[in-house]
Design a protein around this ligand. Sequence first.
Ligand code: NAD
Ligand code: MN
Length: 821
Amino acid sequence: MNVTEIFETMEYGPAPEAATPGLSWIKEHSPFGLFINNQWVKPASGQYIDSINPATGKPLAKVAAANSADVDSAVAAARAAFETWGKTPGHVRARYMYAAARHIQKHSRLLAVLESLDNGKPIRETRDIDIPLVARHFYYHAGWAQLMESELPNYQPVGVVGQIIPWNFPLLMLAWKIAPALAMGNTIVLKPARYTPLTALKFAEIIQEIGLPPGVLNILTGEASQVGEALVRHPDINKIAFTGSTDVGRSIRRATAGSGKKLSLELGGKSPFIVFDDADLDSVVEGIVDAIWFNQGQVCCAGSRLLVQENIANRLIEKIRVRMEHLRIGDPLDKAVDIGAIVSPGQLKEIQRLVNKGVEEGAVMWQPSWACPTEGYFFPPTLFTNVSPATTIAQVEIFGPVLVSMTFRTPTEAVELANNTRYGLAASVWSENINLALDVAPKLKAGSVWINCTNLFDASSGFGGYRESGFGREGGKEGLYEYVRPKWEMLETLSEDIHIAKDPMSANGSGPMSSPDEEAEDAMQDQSLGSSNGYVAALPAIDRTPKMFFGGKQVRPDSGYSRDVYDPPGRMIGQVGQGNRKDIRNAVEAAHAASGWAVGTTHNRAQILYYIAENLSVRENEFTHRIVQQTGRSHEDSVTEVEASISRLFSYAAWADKFEGVVHRPPMRGAVLAMPEAIGVIGIACPEEYPLLGFISLIAPAIAMGNTLVVIPSQQSPLSATDFYQILETSDLPGGVVNIVTGDRDMLSQILAEHDDVDAIWYLGSAEGSKNVELASAGNMKRTLVNYGYPRNWLDTVQGEGEEFLRESTQVKNIWIPYGE
Ligand code: NAD
Ligand code: MN
């Protein structure tokens, strides 16, 4: 036997991690209670469910099945605890979180074993990836607890948060949810996934050990239909944080619409793994193993779509097959196993169904020659070639160890293919040409882009999706904003029944500033001002009917109808177009055509905003009179509004080249560029009050950050916005960046909210309108900013201007760039 033969026949011996410590811990505790107020309590239903070991299919433990009565007690406990925890100094919170991190490390082996037993994932992964990341998450966020008072001085905790997590990274997802929430002073009710409750229950024990005040963290195991839905609908919860499938995420968006609950959603993905012909193919093969066979492919950001440059496709596919033949599947507790068990029989069936579908659709399926264990739920690594981009397996998230591959010829084609998905969670780019890789990264619609690496995570670098992969980030400073609200937003106001809040629009057609009588007088005065030279007054006014404004052109409404605009005493002062669905469609198209705005320089955007401000200041009188005329407010008040608008334009011109992102230094050789990118096309429904300032306060940050817009001006006072297009026309703003559609604000916002080519919608109007917008936004999971009927003081620079709007105008992309040979 020569050396080569010895190598080929050498088999791994078994290298099992002992299950005993995990099993005896389970035995001591099973049946597990619910964790409320730091106590183990029996479920109201008296019922328990089994958690199974997917590697054997046998029950491991009995855990409590909570119902809505338990949700009520847990929320009450969290609410009571919030009274103190919300006011506990950051340093004290930091001490608890630091202690949690220490205890996670102390119990790391037990946690790793429990995770592998309950979920079926290889011990190598739980031991070397999941648990260390969990500890790191608590350390990192202990730091933010410490720094909250100095770094987020204008923010307060949200309150009681409901958190719902999936089964694929049970303890890691718990950490991603709990750590930022605690750091920012919130209290929590968390629901682990049905199949994987055990590490969360061990974590509850850690909470007892460190003496976290009772009620700050409550953990409820049970069924989604009992616990999950009750949490989502509970009136005393201020925020829902969810990780799971896009379908459930969409139903949660709908269920919480109009409730005022803050919402963050981390959903599914179908992430591209792009290989250019100059990539180091051996590294690529190992990258693919980590992209799609890590955690049996049950990873939301799995690189499940392999896109290979055509000229190297055959060579790469052959190498992948060779590597697949050597992957080892089996007992998750065996340290030499690469692939463990699929979490549940249901998930296994679903994977098989989609694989069958791929074969039916004509793709070529390949699996290694070896067989899977017959006990437990195993599925072999699978590779599809000859896949066409529109088929089910190329579009639908399989959430299993199944890779589908396609080819491209040019970088442009690679980007198109990569973005040909409704998702946008992650992407991986492989090339030895750094110029190419860095050119492609910003063009990919994804929250994380890994260059020559994949599936890297760190607490410092935010994670989260574009498009239907959800909104909100976990990790990084950006993730903290999911768990705070501005201090000026008083919690008391928000927990009132928001439907009794008045829509400023329905307030008898008047602005919020003065009584109808005063308005009438001011308007009279203004008219005499406007016609004071007698000569003008003697001639009939030239009828200047404002049009709509799309693609830089003045356009007549599709309907051919106009609506009258009245001043407060009821005199007609103009007519604007009555916008309809077709107008919105055209405006959205124009906004898309102007997408080049996002890739221009920030210096250029700043210059144009200054120019707009300059042109407004030249016409200050005219805009002042228009405000007086439309609102009946005093001349002085209206001057203030115009000047505030000019100042606001200056602020966002200033921010245009300063809201820049950061470079993270996670524990690796390399850097992560966290870049705020434009969201895309934003639909904006302006507030009724402040016809000019409301409009400027919303469009200026959005265009400063590179978005293109469809704007619906104040319905009652639209003329300041329609006058404004003349300023836009003379300020070098490219056509299509700002598009204006006048008409029925709520009807038009509804159309915008339903439009699948709109990426975000901002609506500042009634409570009812806010709810409808949130409901309709669920179609393509738009990001929303609504006011639930509460007015803002637009003159105030904290409420009306600044970071909040810049954050709403951007989404952070984290680009991972490891270096070194
Ligand atoms: P799922 O959406 O069915 O369940 C996720 C969690 O939500 C579970 O705790 C479940 O009990 C609960 N849930 C289910 N229906 C609910 C409802 N109507 N109301 C409230 N809660 C409800 O997903 P899953 O099958 O457990 O997990 C797999 C999915 O999760 C995949 O689609 C994957 O892409 C996604 N995922 C995303 C991320 C991410 O960070 N984006 C991470 C992990 C998993
Ligand atoms: Mn289990």
